[in-house]
Design a binder for this molecule. Structure first.
Ligand code: ADP
Length: 361
């Protein structure tokens, strides 16, 4: 049995190394059915190799099936800790000086918040990626005490209708809205928005800041319908390290990005603010897709400047930076159209990188 254990450990190590090879990863997560929802699933198959087969409920036979391929695919039974186990190597790499972006993509109601935050802050077993990542950052940095000393600081911003807003201002203050992101300040060579930067020493510090951020996010929202699903929020943890023996410095950052809902709004129905919001969201999500696919194709021009989102994240997209996108799928038949467009977006972002990895084998 110790031989089996060794095999198992080797397999896990191999998986981690394989995972870290590419700089852009896309994981698909299909959420379970909710209590009262329509129970015909459009997801026919979820493979361990990242294959996902979707069935068009309006068609018959072979024509009804569409095949998608990702780095990993998780079904309704996947636990929060299983999802995080595959994310952890990336979090570790932030403390080695990498820049990492983790995105939650999908239509409203597909499980983005569930993956990133979890359904209940108080329950450890269902905690989302954000909390697990923070815990790991602090644990690992503490375990390296005496070898490397780390300083961690946090920013939290929101991008709504192509305007950047600092979420870590004193409660309710709109003073810093909208931020001029041409006024980038410099943090040890990194471009960052000119937003509040708060030093933190433990997970609890960050949780307190996240509460402030959530309250501020709600402030502008009174006149707007569910603002949080119509804006992108970016929680950034900046890391500066100093090696005790050599004095060598390193820096890295982790962006945890909860994207606006990707659903298309029917142009014939939406008007006014709603239509404007939808257009801004569409534009910024396609700008993000363009940047990631340009990077995956190793294109000489990467169009960072086409959206505020890609400008803010520029230092963490491309180069040595690592990107992970969780793509969320609602399995309900009535979401079929959105599911297909979500998966097409995700595949555009993922496929070229997967192709390159296959050539290298
Ligand atoms: P989004 O952030 O994309 O709008 P939510 O995360 O709020 O979506 O998810 C919508 C609903 O589905 C919530 O009630 C949430 O608790 C539930 N849900 C989403 N993903 C899961 C999951 N993996 N397991 C159990 N419930 C989930």
């Amino acid at each position: 049995s110790s031989y089996l254990k060794l095999l198992e450990e080797n397999r896990m190590l191999y998986n981690q190394v394989r995972d870290l090879k590419g700089n852009i990863r896309v994981y698909c997560r299909v959420r379970p059915f909710l209590q009262h929802s329509d129970r015909r699933s459009v997801v026919e198959h979820i493979g361990e190799n990242g294959n996902v087969i979707i069935m068009d409920p309006s068609k018959q036979g072979k024509d009804s099936r569409k095949n998608f391929s990702f780095n990993r695919a998780f079904g309704a039974n996947a636990t929060q800790s299983e999802i995080y186990a595959d994310t952890q190597p990336l979090i570790r790499s932030v403390l080695d000086g990498y820049n990492v972006c983790i995105f939650a993509y999908g239509q409203t109601g597909s499980g983005k918040t569930y993956t990133m935050s979890g359904p209940d802050i108080k329950s450890e077993s269902t905690m989302g990626v954000n909390y697990r990542a923070l815990d790991d950052l602090f644990h690992i940095s503490q375990s390296r005490q005496g070898i490397i000393s780390y300083q961690l600081s946090v920013q939290m911003i929101e991008i709504y209708n192509e305007q950047v807003r600092d979420l870590l201002v004193a409660d309710g203050s709109d003073r810093r809205y909208p931020l001029d992101i041409r006024n980038y300040s410099q943090l040890n060579g990194l471009n960052i928005p000119d937003a509040s930067l708060v030093a933190v020493t433990c997970t609890q510090d960050v949780l307190e800041l996240m509460k402030v951020g959530q309250r501020n996010r709600a402030v502008g929202a009174t006149a707007l319908n569910d603002r949080s699903s119509r804006s992108h929020s970016v929680l950034t943890i900046h890391i500066q390290g100093k090696e005790s023996a050599s004095g060598a410095k390193l820096k890295g950052c982790l962006h945890l990005v909860d994207l606006a809902g990707s659903e298309r709004v029917d142009k014939s129905e939406a008007t006014g603010d709603r239509l404007k919001e939808a257009q801004y969201i569409n534009r910024s999500l396609s700008a993000l897709g363009d940047v990631i696919s340009a990077l995956a194709q190793k294109s000489s021009h990467v169009p960072y400047r086409n959206s505020k989102l890609t400008q803010v994240l520029q230092d963490a997209l491309g180069g040595q930076a690592k990107t992970l996108m969780f793509v969320h799928v609602n399995p309900e038949a009535n979401a079929f159209g959105e599911t297909i467009s979500t998966l097409k977006f995700a595949e555009r972002v993922a496929s070229i990188e997967l192709g390159a990895a296959q050539v290298n084998k």
